[in-house]
Design a protein around this ligand. Sequence first.
Ligand SMILES: [Zn+2]
Length: 454
Amino acid sequence: MDIIKFGIEKILYPLMEAKRGNHVRANTKVLLASERLSLHDLKSLREERLRRLLLHCVEHVPAYRQYKELVPQIVTDPFTALTNFPVLTKDAFRMDPESFIADDADRSTLIANNSGGSSGHPVQFYMNRHTVEYYEAARWRGLSWYGITPGSRSLLIWGNPFELDKMAERRYRLTERYLKNRRIIPAYALDPAAMPEHVRLFNSYRPEYIYGYAGAIALFARLMKEQGLQLKHRLKAVVSTSETLQPWQRELMEEVFQAPVVNEYGARDGGIIAYQCPEGGMHLSAENLVAEVIDLLTGELLPAGERGLLLVTDLNNFVQPRLRYQLGDEVIMSDQLCSCGRTLPLLAEVCGREDDIFVTADGQFVHGVAFANCIKRLPEVDAFQIIQLSPTEAKVLLVTRDGLEPPGLDGVKADYQALLPGAKITYQLVDAIPPSPSGKTRYAIRQFPLENTR
Ligand SMILES: [Zn+2]
């Protein structure tokens, strides 16, 4: 028996609920109760929540007061009314975050958070416990689909050195072990020689699931495979978060861990946006948010099946509401229903970040994945990053095992030149690739805005 799991679920959570009014487990139950509602009932529930939020915004949020004339439409048809509010980019929000704070918000209860902006400038925003507890509930609902509960033993394979430093500051080891029942393997600059020790920890600790950045878990899996290391027990799930999970990463994880690989799609400034169910459907957290997709260049709303920028309206943030907030991710919505029976709408695809998309000199788009797919042909390359400085200039950073130029590089160079015709591309061997200011490792970065490129 896992005594810490017992302690967390039978003592710690009930105590937090009684003493601090924690609602995470109650909210998880609420979400579980609505995931199989009829489409009609689910729509009414969301309509009611959106109506409340929009009425609150025009009444109490300075940035939205000018939209008071929408009240009659908000009352009769809040989904259509929402489309009459402006799209909110991170840059626009950053100009005047104060104007988004509701005049009736209790400032003593605001929780500050920040996320990496498109050019690395962090965006600071506020929420309160109600918001956070619904974010957490959406995660626990998703994990519950795999038999995982808040006390379940987990192993974090974490790739973010900055966050690890923060956890260390908070003396994470004790809280992590006894209050969260998890251990951490720092996977930033993972040392291949330490792998047998990591896998030994794994096999003695026997976590129910792994949780971490896609890139970090994939690197861990690759080193396990190369060194012939194996797990001695069955995991309930391998949960990949924060970075876009690439198909090749999923394949590798499934092969090495022999467990379902679950894609968690979340954002610090948007909560848990979607969770993958055991049938493979990426279900939107539809009770928590309204998602819309717009065209990259024209800003027009797109129907299901078309790729565009995701806009998120968080239905639980009444202290600093951001309507139609453009997260910077590209997605495709689906109009199909999932075979699992849950009626929560599906994302057909989470394509990646908008600034992972490159633009050629003649205005075509090339997704960063194309560059990653070419580099996979070079087994000597441990890490790489391509940075597009302008439509006609890019640089590639390579980390190789022996510090030498890989023999097959000329072929990759030819492919890159074909992907970015007319561009000057330079190549540089480096010792390591630093993570971005948000802590995520990114392999494709466009350093100029998409506007003005066409
Ligand atoms: Zn499903």
